[in-house]
Design a protein around this ligand. Sequence first.
Ligand SMILES: Cc1ncc(C[n+]2csc(CCOP(=O)(O)OP(=O)(O)O)c2C)c(N)n1
Ligand SMILES: [Mg+2]
Length: 544
Amino acid sequence: MAEHTIGTYLIDQLAAHGVQHVFGVPGDYVLRFYQLLEQRGLPIINTCDEQGAGFAADAYARLRGLGVVCITYGVGGLKLTNAIAQAFAERVPVVVISGAPGLGERRAHPLLHHSVRDATSQLRVFEQITEAAVVLDDPVTAAYEIDRALSAALQAKRPIYIELPRDMLSVPAVPLLAVDPVPPASDPGSLDEAVREAAARLSAAERPVIVAGVELHRFGHQDLVADLARRSNIPVADTMLGKSVIGEHEPFYLGLYQGAMSHDEVRDYVEGSDCVLLLGVWPTDVDLGVFTARLDPSLCIAACDEQVSVGYHGYARVRLADFLIRLCAVAFPPRTLDGVPHPPVPARTPCGPDDRITVTELYRQLGAFLTTDMVVIADPGDAMFAAADLLTGRNEFLAPSYYLSLGYAVPGAVGAQLACPALRPLILVGDGAFQMTGMELSTAARFGLDPIVIVLNNGGYATERPILDGTFNDILPWRYSRLPELLGAGRAVAVDTACQLEAALAAARDRGRGFYLLEIRLSAGDMSPALRRLTAQLAAQTAA
Ligand SMILES: Cc1ncc(C[n+]2csc(CCOP(=O)(O)OP(=O)(O)O)c2C)c(N)n1
Ligand SMILES: [Mg+2]
């Protein structure tokens, strides 16, 4: 085996896990590692800001299985914490590599730039928001620690933190032990019993339904759930966080379930079912329609990463994959999908040349515009909530719909297009969110990417106005469509009417000219019915 330094070992392990890009902003504690990354063929996508790099690495990981962000100490690392907290909350395996002061210089001069309290401050912050946090300060254990941390990220689908003191970069590494990446197996007895009881209930049910959740995506079980739906003819609803787990054009697709915020037909079907199979669903407030979901636990089968419950019976140590594989082999009684509702395709309302663009019309046109070579990336706000009705394909919708950090979509699109160059990003972003990280369009331009960017300009924080309004929900009205002039790249257009939108979307199909930004100038107070329903619930909660 060729001799490795700690730096080369780390880089080669990342490449071995399919990583082809690293996102970040350099600083003196990490510059030599950046040089080494380039020398070993891992290009660096340097973003305008570290948070942008974190979101880009997150989207890259959602599509490819692992993402990497590399930053300098303190000023860089601590700016990443929001993005990494989101990755932890939503189970996305992102590797954070932070350069750090060398061990030698720490001994000589404790007051080194970018330090906070002491040499462990940043490490302790990341321990809270990662699955494993390691410092490569010992040549004997460094390679082992790298393997152990990477294996933790891949198994738990959560971020990890690797701190690299700059004087350890070129120290020889000793690959000692292979870390066994085999995931814990299901308990055979528990698995048998869980499958038997679940299969009996699903077979006996008159109107069973599957609700597909986020873990199916994170653990790569999309084929299994589609297979189960096809074999059993049990219809499938998805959740906002699980949107993109299944193709929403499939014949067995019922619609998006979100408690009382769902369309009536979907809510009635799911809540009227006598056996609801919840696969990888997290009962978050957003996915349960701010806890308006009415699911009788005695009629539910819930399967997550490591346990299954059937009604009130719990089965420990049952892996979701094993449970699904076994369910796919069950001979269910024949059923048809007759009578199962399908999501309505919004009708085209004839519009005159001067008809003002509305959120409803925007999403109707986007529904007709979307093709299977696009990935929709939505920021929290009406951009994301209105997208509930947008039918997307498998792996073609990304949104942080649990942790809900604004500013995800533009940098996320940079990561997504680099992860899957065959997919063109369609970014849905509010004006407030755009003002947070929209400058990452500069990164998209620099690296030759061509997202379509839909900025919903509604004069500020529309999501918050129905909850509690004040001048704090206003923002400076930027001229978003002037951005190409500033960046010297891309195209943009301001859209006031439905007809202008049709023309702009037709022009957006033309590729090869960088990003295309559509500034959608909405009337004050215009919002999607989905957001109206959500904010009514949130307002009631805030007032309570
Ligand atoms: C980073 C971050 N800061 C603050 C919030 C709280 N917040 C939730 S929605 C919202 C308004 C978003 O405004 P905009 O992006 O314009 O979308 P709109 O609500 O207008 O659809 C804010 C500030 C958040 N979710 N994330
Ligand atoms: Mg807004």
